[in-house]
Design a protein. Structure first.
Length: 474
């Protein structure tokens, strides 16, 4: 009789719970040890809460920019929506904080339905084949044939900017606010910083965004980032570029941000969005033979293996493109590999991602920076949304669709969408990149008229092959 494979997973975020579902499906005896709550930071403190807040911000953006659509609010003498529409932040955050529980409950139900044993405890390794769970009732020991580490990460803070949870905040603490900040200083202009800056600006707060780089979203498409900066400027959001925050201190109901160029900014609140630190300390990883990089992230290969035989890792603790979707795929791949199922290595070239600002910025595949240096030369077309019929009807002024394809073959290798709901619009391009569809195949599919997605097909049509060389069209 074949022995059942014992799988122990440490961490209940997307990497952990998706791995548990796959391992159980493949016949493993699965134990999932989780500390903070099923769903991890994606459900509890990050994706679900922040996007719930952003959902309210989207409504406010639509309200405040609806005058040209003929919408009027309140009394006849009101000249703009801001005079009659306001945000109850306490009510918004109450809704935000209620959101994770049902989702965590759904995850628990799925796991239990597939026979996964859930242990609420802090897990740590005792060598390469054993996990100890420190529960409220003492230690529990689990012998394992396969171990997956999926412990996530937590917000990085600055030595001279220590959060107090009231005025100086990380992104996990902002949901305790019951009043809209009068002036919010966001330190950090990556995805998290840009999203919260955009959201709180839409909710009605005065926002200052401090960026150490020459532009916001330094890791995203430069053209897309420029659109966002232009929108920020039009809406009155202040961006301070090429400057670092040296310290953030509190003085009563004020915060003082000192910059490395000598300037000082005073606000009511400060939000730190300066990166993440992996949750890998004191887990017994190094002692078990697991290699960590200089920042403490677990080193893994493309099938999620660590340097220790039988030990895998997934999610933010690996530092590999820190997205919930990537974490989930890393976890699935780990179990497919460990339990002998068919498996393909993780391919970051087909990952789609989204920045939930207003407008949203969605990308997939090859970036503009990669296209600029690629050989053979990649063909590009960019279509502003101003030329799209549906965008005109909706009063959309900013945004574009960008498409990349290979010469001769016309295979789609990347795309960028800057628009409301870009997170939904990117999906056809994600399929095209993953399935290596050509621009002719994309162009040959029907789109609804009028629709913003029609610009995707139009971009593909403009890249239709005429000979062996393709040019760039702007």
């Amino acid at each position: 009789m074949q022995r059942v494979t014992r799988v122990v997973i440490v961490g209940g975020g997307p990497g952990g719970y998706e791995a548990a579902l796959v391992a159980s499906q493949l016949g493993g005896e699965v134990t999932l040890i989780d500390t903070d709550g099923l769903g991890g930071s994606a459900v509890l403190t990050d994706c679900v809460p922040s996007k719930t807040l952003i959902a309210t911000a989207e409504v406010m953006t639509g309200v405040t920019e609806s005058n040209e659509l003929g919408i009027r609010f309140g009394a006849e003498h009101a000249t703009n929506a801001e005079t009659v529409v306001s945000v109850d932040l306490a009510g918004v955050n109450a809704r935000v904080l209620m959101g994770p529980d049902p989702q965590a409950g759904d995850i628990a139900g799925r796991l239990e339905g597939q026979g996964v044993t859930i242990v609420q405890a802090r897990g740590r390794l005792d060598g390469p084949e054993r996990v100890i769970a420190d529960t409220d009732h003492g230690e529990q020991i689990f012998d394992a044939d396969v171990i997956l580490i999926a412990t996530g990460a937590h917000p990085r803070v600055l030595p001279d900017a220590v959060p107090d949870g009231e005025r100086i905040l990380t992104w996990t603490q902002v949901y305790a606010l019951d009043r809209l900040p009068e002036k919010l200083i966001v330190v950090g202009s990556g995805v998290t910083g840009a999203e919260f800056a955009s959201a709180y600006d839409a909710l009605g707060a005065e926002v200052v965004l401090v960026s150490s780089r020459d532009r916001v979203l330094p890791g995203e498409d430069a053209d897309a980032a420029q659109v966002l900066e232009d929108v920020f400027s039009r809406r009155g959001l202040t961006v301070l570029s090429k400057v670092r925050a040296e310290s953030v201190t509190r003085d009563g109901d004020r915060v003082l941000v000192r910059l490395d160029d000598g300037r000082e900014i005073v606000g009511s609140h400060a939000l730190l969005a300066v990166g993440s630190i992996p949750n890998t300390a004191d887990l017994g990883l190094v002692e078990a033979g697991v290699t960590l990089d200089r920042r403490g992230f677990v080193s893994v290969d493309k099938v999620s293996r660590t340097s220790a035989r039988g030990i895998y890792a997934a999610g933010d603790c690996t530092g590999v493109l820190m997205l919930a979707s990537v974490a989930a795929m890393q976890g699935r791949i780990a179990m497919w590999h460990a339990l002998g199922d068919a498996v393909a290595p993780l391919d970051l070239r087909i990952v789609s991602s989204n920045v939930f600002t207003a407008p949203e910025i969605a990308t997939v595949g090859l970036s503009q920076a990669q296209a600029d240096v690629s050989e053979p030369k990649v063909a590009t077309v960019t279509l502003p949304l101003q030329g799209n019929a549906r965008a005109k009807m909706q009063g959309l002024r900013e945004g574009f669709v960008k498409l990349f394809c290979l010469p001769v073959t016309g295979i789609v290798v990347g795309g960028v969408v800057v628009a409301p709901r870009a997170s939904e619009l990117i999906y056809p391009l994600a399929i095209a990149v993953a399935e290596r569809l050509t621009v002719d195949q994309v162009a040959g599919s029907f789109t609804v008229y009028p629709s913003v997605s029609g610009s995707l097909a139009e971009a593909a049509r403009q890249l239709h092959l005429h000979g062996s060389e393709l040019g760039s069209k702007e």
